[in-house]
Design a protein around this ligand. Structure first.
Ligand code: NDP
Length: 241
């Protein structure tokens, strides 16, 4: 039986590596995205992975989008909550809009995506929920009160839901990446990268999206069935919890 995996924000960056890693591991994969049609089409063409467009910050859109995925690809066995945005500002300059956009995508998005797949997982007696939090949800980051709050919330969500899912063979885990070489991070000026970011990372390099994807593939597997409510920290030694 081929299991079905749904990856939010699965067409670019870390999410694209996760989609590709799960496909290579034998899953039927559906990749969701928000609005970048050109990138999504190119990704589908390169990988053969089906792409589905909706906004994870809307509950109605998630219910509708997941129903389409389940009709076209199959019932979701593995959900990867990866979609995320930043709207950085020092707190005295942060607008309610910047706060709300990040909370509704990075935190409420987990409710919106997980709730529609939860009953099916309970009924079938198997499920994997894996959410991409962040080092900044663990340690906090200046200029990111919104993002840090949302990502810390993702960890609380994971711990609570793990307790509810355990009896039904549903594991719920989070991964906290440090700096990963995606477009977002590679856009940082070279001087800032070399003088401020890399010196904070003991292994002396950025992480690669595939290194996060491998954590996801492991957590999704049957072999990881005893791991639930946990947070995998993958940050090159930058921060220990
Ligand atoms: P990218 O910006 O490269 O990709 C983000 C993906 O999420 C895109 O596919 C995008 O779709 C999608 N997306 C954004 N908003 C929504 C939405 N509202 N609904 C549906 N899809 C959406 O991000 P990264 O790969 O860098 O980050 C992935 C995750 O990892 C995020 O949660 C991020 O917070 C987290 N993370 C990243 C780190 C890093 O160093 N890069 C470090 C720690 C955590 P579209 O292409 O249509 O815009």
């Amino acid at each position: 039986m081929t299991r079905v995996a749904l990856v939010s924000g699965g067409t670019r960056g870390i999410g694209a590596a996760i989609s590709v890693g799960l496909k290579a591991a034998g899953y039927k994969v559906a990749a969701n995205y928000a609005g970048n049609d050109e990138r999504a089409r190119a990704f589908q063409g390169e990988t053969g992975i089906a792409v589905f467009k909706w906004d994870v910050s809307s509950y109605e859109a998630c219910v509708e989008g997941i129903a389409k995925v389940e009709a076209e690809v199959g019932p979701v066995d593995v959900l990867v909550n990866n979609a995320g945005i930043t709207r950085d500002a020092m707190f005295h300059k942060m607008t309610p809009q910047q706060w709300n956009e990040v909370i509704s995508t990075n935190l409420t998005g987990l409710f919106n995506m997980t709730h529609p797949v939860w009953s099916g997982m309970r009924d079938r007696g198997f499920g994997r929920i894996i959410s991409i939090s962040s080092i900044n949800g663990q340690k906090g980051q200046m200029g990111q009160a919104n993002y840090s709050a949302a990502k810390a919330g993702d960890i609380g969500f994971t711990k609570a839901l793990a307790q509810e899912g355990a009896a039904k063979n549903i594991t719920v885990n989070a991964i906290c990446p440090g700096y990963i070489a995606t477009e977002m991070v590679m856009a940082v000026p070279e001087k800032v990268m070399n003088e401020r970011i890399l010196p904070q990372i003991p292994v002396g390099r950025l992480g690669q999206p595939e290194e996060i994807a491998r954590c996801v593939v492991f957590l999704a597997s049957d072999e990881a069935g005893f791991i639930t409510g946990s947070t995998i920290t993958a940050n090159g030694g930058q921060y220990f919890v």
